[in-house]
Design a binder for this molecule. Structure first.
Ligand code: AMP
Length: 470
């Protein structure tokens, strides 16, 4: 869970990167950073905090140059430490090399141990540094960034959408399973890559397409070239991007997230109709799902809860007590809408169950007669090792709990989770092209301590190359 951006544009890049990161702020709120390259020098700034806390006009003015990369971080590997903020910046034989990464490597410990064995030292605890180490070693040996990415794709296991900047050139690549999103677009005088298409909309840039799983895109002042480095017999896009993580107005792997969520709502209504008086979302994540449920049922969509938009996501709170109080600070029921009403309340997911319980209690406190909870994902029963911040099995409310127990734990009048079949159908992707390890406990890559990878993957090296000039 992170947001990444890379832009080459002759009009300058610091402001466009800043705006693009703004559009991706939902992907991480812990830290932000930008590095630009300008005529043999790099300019960099990064710190912990929201983008608006980390950057101001003066700082952005100093980040001159036509090439740059940016990152916003939500930590999954590596603690919340200042040195883990990205971009990570290095010098290499007189060149500047910077890197940003969205994803999570599952063989990080093995790779780090191997590199340390050969005398390499690491300055951070984030898995992104090992990607930099692999690229640096290969660049030193062969001098070819393409060879370095081939090596990455051979030895990295896990999810990685990466943007690397070597002096004035940007290299972007996505792991062969395409677990995390990455999109490509055209700016006024150049090209850009970003985690989600909304970053392009914000800049008035043109969304071109998704970076393909296993593809390497090179952008420099002459234009763009694309090379398929590796191809797998299936992909494994994170299903949670569609359920919760991405913005509804993003298009991921050709599918508008809003449409997926609306279709989930329609399916939820077909699977578990309720004779209620209103359909209310838990804002914001339940919004488009509730629209679908309301359209399918003919029951009015009415907001029963209003969100204070200035409170961050509740998961940022490190302790259970803080998380519980945060719900009341964040969401306030509209008494006039819900009093004496039977309400279908719709959220995208239940993780620990804390939020759902607190919200349902609040709805009753403000007069709701019945609260029927409908959820846009199946029960989350297993952790994520590939980049979504989900807790251990023990903390997950659906782990080893029957449906009725969960319903009473959150104190709902009724509860229904959308079926996995309906959820997958709503995405329009083949089941084998999605990762839903958190729902099934079955992951597309081998995870230490979990069952062996559930699917067989064949990798082949790709060969075609396309070029586009500025
Ligand atoms: P809870 O069941 O109290 O743990 O929280 C569930 C709520 O957290 C749902 O409303 C989701 O929108 C939201 N949520 C789901 N997954 C995540 C995540 N990985 N990080 C932050 N929030 C999440």
């Amino acid at each position: 869970m992170c947001g990444i951006v890379g832009i080459v544009d002759s009009g300058g890049v610091s402001l466009p990167i800043y705006y693009a990161l703004y559009a991706l702020q939902h992907r991480g709120q812990e830290s932000a950073g930008i590095t630009t390259y300008d005529a043999g020098k790099i300019h960099k700034h990064k710190a912990q905090g929201l983008l608006s806390e980390v950057f101001d006009q003066e700082i952005l003015k100093k980040l001159t140059g036509r090439t740059g990369i940016g990152h916003i971080r939500y930590p999954t590997t590596g603690e919340n430490r200042p040195e883990n903020t990205q971009p990570l910046n290095f010098t290499l034989k007189g060149h500047y090399f910077s890197i940003v990464h969205n994803g999570n490597l599952v063989n990080n410990d093995v790779l780090v141990a191997d590199y340390e064995e050969h005398g390499h030292i690491f300055a951070t605890t984030t898995d992104s540094e090992v990607i930099a180490a692999i690229i640096a070693r290969e660049l030193t040996l062969s001098g070819s960034m393409e060879d370095a990415v081939v090596l990455c794709m051979r030895i990295l296991q896990g999810s990685y959408s990466v943007i690397a900047m070597l002096d004035d050139t940007i290299y972007a690549f996505r792991d062969p399973l395409g677990i995390k999103p990455l999109t490509l677009g055209r700016t006024e005088h150049g090209y850009m890559v970003a985690s989600e298409s909304v970053a392009m909309d914000t800049l008035g840039a043109t969304f071109m397409r998704d970076v393909k799983p296993g593809e390497l895109i090179k952008i420099d002042e002459h234009g763009i070239s694309c090379r398929q480095i590796m191809k797998a017999n299936h992909t494994a896009l994170c299903l949670f991007e569609y359920i919760y993580f991405a913005r509804s107005d993003s298009v991921i792997d050709g599918v508008l997230v809003y449409d997926v969520r609306r279709r989930i709502g329609e399916q939820l209504q077909r699977e578990a109709p309720v004779d209620a008086e209103m359909i209310s979302p838990v804002p914001d994540s339940g919004m488009s799902i509730a629209v679908g449920y309301s359209e399918a049922s003919g029951i009015p969509f009415k907001e029963g809860l209003i969100k204070n938009r200035y409170i961050g996501r509740t998961f940022i709170m490190p302790t259970q007590t803080l998380r519980e109080n945060a719900v009341r600070m964040k969401l306030n029921p509209i008494r006039g809408h819900i009093q004496d009403k039977s309400v279908v309340l719709i959220d995208d997911s239940i993780v620990r169950g804390t939020t759902s319980r607190r919200i349902i209690d609040l709805m009753r406190e403000f007069g709701a007669r019945e609260v029927h909870f409908r959820v846009g994902s199946p029960p989350i029963r297993a952790p994520c090792y590939l980049g979504v911040d989900l807790p251990t099995r023990q903390e997950l409310i659906a782990h080893n709990r029957e449906h009725d127990d969960i319903c009473s734990a959150i104190a709902a009048d009724s509860l229904h989770y959308v079926s996995l079949e309906a959820l997958i159908a709503a995405t329009g992707h083949r089941p084998e092209d999605l990762c839903y390890g958190c729902l099934s406990g079955c992951y597309p890559v081998s995870i230490p301590g979990e069952h062996a990878a559930c699917r067989h993957i064949d990798f082949v090296h790709g060969s075609y190359q396309t070029e586009l000039q500025f």
